[in-house]
Design a protein around this ligand. Structure first.
Ligand code: PRX
Length: 666
């Protein structure tokens, strides 16, 4: 990476800093130079279906080859490779048997306490087959749904792969979500079984999982769940319900190591992953087997330029889409050696990430800006956890995902982690897109800090106005994708109407994918920069949270809360922070009483949704600022949360005196 010497001022005129790919990288990368990139874009433009058909044949093993590619007859319910059949776990594991990859390390697992366990592709297949037999023996059938509520462990990946092997659709719920969140998702999807662990280890602490599953079941409604399988992560005993709960090791002890995979249709739902939307309850994003897997495998090569000798490390939890695509599926389909890390970046100290990279000689490192920002902060106050104390020379590519990376954090990442030689792939994508959409390519793209640069070949991304008209470079608008792509969301589980409305609105013609983000393209290069969500979705530490979800959780405290409105405000560390404006049923509290109630409400939201949804700040008013027709003026609340001057017209405000009450933090 060489920096073109336009200017070196870090926080201003950042758009002038350019980083060219090194000649070595251009020479060896899967997509070589802009020539290589442009040629692929042209190929896709000339023969869109042929382009994807070629890749689907090249990257996937089919038990029955497809003859159809894209079917648009029922748009926006697009299908891909629809008459083909395959199995995802075969494509991640069996495909490597009999090749040199069979005995290669698939997973280097580093536990929270630093213990390391390695598993080869051969061993992983055996474990997956065994657990697939366990699921079958418990009566789980192809097409049924299994919840996975597991820590970051080999067993978590095994559970996902085993579901895929028998054609069961998995739905992973992040281990930080509450019993209520788990219960709602289990009901929505009609799960028949849950795979969990007794406890999870995070930052030296033993945190319950099985007890939360019990709590979720006790909330009622999960009647279809007949089996709970418990991985015994720690020695601490948990309550086991006879006839329903079984330890993974007990069931595995009597299971065969051979499991014939269930071949499924290309469109068979591989998984449903819940994510937040702007309205209502979380959406069950449904992904199809073939298109999704193609993307997971292909982007490992396109974006990460994966080579056989690489040691890949994606720090995302399997509870999020990044952990699905770039832990549970992509690296395995591509035959990579990958690190799976159980712990947190700050335990036993904030140098842990750098120590893990050094210990296992990671070559590709993929994490979120929020982690980078917090580690910058930690290493500023404590030199001993600075990346310079670890040997990071093994790294060759580093990546960022989940939220915009601010240029300062980008520069620090580039210098102190990437040693000024590693390209940074700032990958823009979403739960709904299945994998990378707009991202630099390490051997092709000139980098600009803070920009995710250009769409992958075949991704027809554009920026349009509210009526769907293309906007010129330099003008901000809605990010859309004009043609379908193989790994796109297929539906919202059980809610086709919401799927159409959220992602393919009539206003844009009904067939254009609306990402939900604002974006702008640079004048010079047409590079994309994501400006943030255009809906009521917040991005807190790279986690998506709907403001409505948090509001619903607050008003569910019926003893205390009369009304609540939640907005986001920029935060140096977490990207956005949650600010809740609350009207209590009783009098507006002040002083210590306000602090006490704020804490009750924060804990309440933590219990209702999960700790990641806890408002950073709670402010109390006698009312909320509303128009005369009773609409909450959210823009105004955002101004208040940000401490900004109110410049807009407040003449329509019913109750202007309220603003004074809501002006200041407690
Ligand atoms: O707002 C965008 C932001 O994260 C949203 C998607 O969140 P989620 O479905 O949880 O998936 C996160 C991991 C892929 C997007 O709508 N986002 C994601 N990546 C970037 C980003 N914003 C800016 N730059 C990115 N690289």
């Amino acid at each position: 990476m060489s920096e073109t010497p336009h200017n070196n001022i870090e926080s201003t005129l950042v758009e002038n800093r350019l980083f060219e790919p090194s000649s070595n990288m251009v020479a060896s990368a899967a997509i070589s130079g802009m020539g290589g990139y442009n040629a692929l874009c042209q190929e896709a433009a000339d023969d869109f279906e042929g382009f994807w058909a070629k890749r689907a044949k090249q990257h996937l093993h089919w038990s029955k080859p497809f003859t159809k590619v894209l079917d648009e007859s029922n748009a926006p319910f697009y299908t891909w490779f629809d008459d083909g059949e395959l199995n995802a776990s075969v494509n991640c594991l069996d495909r490597h048997m009999g090749t040199p990859t069979e005995h290669k390390t698939a997973i280097i697992f580093e536990a929270d306490d630093g213990q390391v366990t390695k598993v080869s592709y051969r061993d992983l297949l055996t474990r997956v087959a065994k657990f697939a037999n366990v699921l079958k023996a418990q009566g789980v059938q192809s097409g049924e749904r299994v919840m996975i509520y597991m820590p970051m462990t080999i067993e978590g990946v095994v559970a996902m792969q085993a579901c895929a092997r028998i054609g069961a659709t998995h739905s992973v719920v992040f281990g930080g979500f509450s019993a209520k969140a788990l219960q709602e998702r289990a009901i929505d999807i009609g799960a028949v079984a849950i795979v969990t662990a007794n406890y999870q280890m995070r930052g030296g602490k033993e945190l319950p999982l099985k007890a939360i599953v019990d709590e979720a079941m006790a909330l009622g409604g999960c009647d279809a769940i007949h089996t709970v399988i418990v991985y015994q992560r720690t020695q601490t005993a948990v309550n086991m319900v006879a006839g329903r709960d079984y330890f993974m090791h007990d069931l595995e002890a009597v299971a065969s190591e051979q499991c014939e995979p269930e071949m499924v249709n290309a469109e068979h739902p591989l998984f449903v992953l819940y994510t937040s939307g702007s309205t209502g309850k979380p959406k069950g994003v449904q992904h199809a087997t073939a298109g999704y897997l193609l993307w997971a495998k292909m982007t490992m090569e396109w974006t990460f330029d994966l080579k056989d000798s690489d040691v890949f490390w994606c720090t995302a939890d399997i509870g999020w889409i990044t952990g699905h695509t770039y832990v549970a599926y992509g690296p395995l389909a591509a035959g990579a050696t990958q690190i799976v890390f159980e712990g947190v970046p700050t335990f036993p100290n904030a140098g842990r990430f750098w120590q893990v990279i050094e210990r296992h000689k990671a070559t590709i490192f993929y994490t979120a800006p929020t982690a980078i920002r917090s580690l910058i902060k930690a290493s500023t106050s404590d030199e001993s956890v600075h990346p310079k104390n670890s040997d990071l020379t093994s790294l060759r590519i580093i990546g960022s995902v989940g939220e915009p990376i601010n240029p300062e954090a980008w520069m620090w990442y580039h210098r102190h982690v990437g040693g000024e030689r590693c390209p940074i792939v700032d990958t823009f994508w979403q739960t709904e897109t299945g994998g990378h959409m707009i991202t630099p390519l390490p051997g092709a793209t000139t980098l600009v800090p803070g920009s995710c640069t250009l769409p992958l070949p075949g991704i027809m991304a554009s920026i349009v106005d509210e009526a769907g008209h293309d906007l010129p470079h330099g003008a901000g608008g809605l990010l859309v994708v004009k043609r379908p792509w193989p790994s796109m969301i297929r539906n919202i589980w059980g809610d086709s109407a919401r799927f159409k409305k959220s992602y393919f609105p009539d206003e844009l013609g009904g067939t254009t994918y609306l990402a939900g983000d604002g974006a702008v393209r640079s004048e010079e290069r047409g590079y994309f920069r994501i400006t943030g969500r255009i809906d009521d979705v917040l991005n807190v530490s790279g986690h998506r949270m709907g403001t409505m979800e948090i509001e619903s959780a607050l008003v569910a405290h019926t003893d205390l809360v009369a009304e609540a409105a939640v907005v986001g405000r920029p935060d140096d560390l977490t990207g956005e922070a949650i600010v809740a404006f609350v009207v209590l049923k009783g009098a507006r509290p002040e002083g210590e009483e306000a602090q006490r109630i704020a804490k009750i409400l924060r804990d309440w939201v933590g219990k209702e949704i999960g700790p990641i949804a806890k408002p950073k700040e709670v402010r109390f008013g006698d009312n909320l600022p509303k128009t005369r027709s009773g609409k909450i003026m959210r823009r105004l609340l955002r101004n208040l949360a940000n401490g900004e001057a109110i410049t807009q017209d407040i003449s329509t405000l019913e109750n202007p005196a309220i603003l004074d009450q809501l002006l200041k933090p407690l």
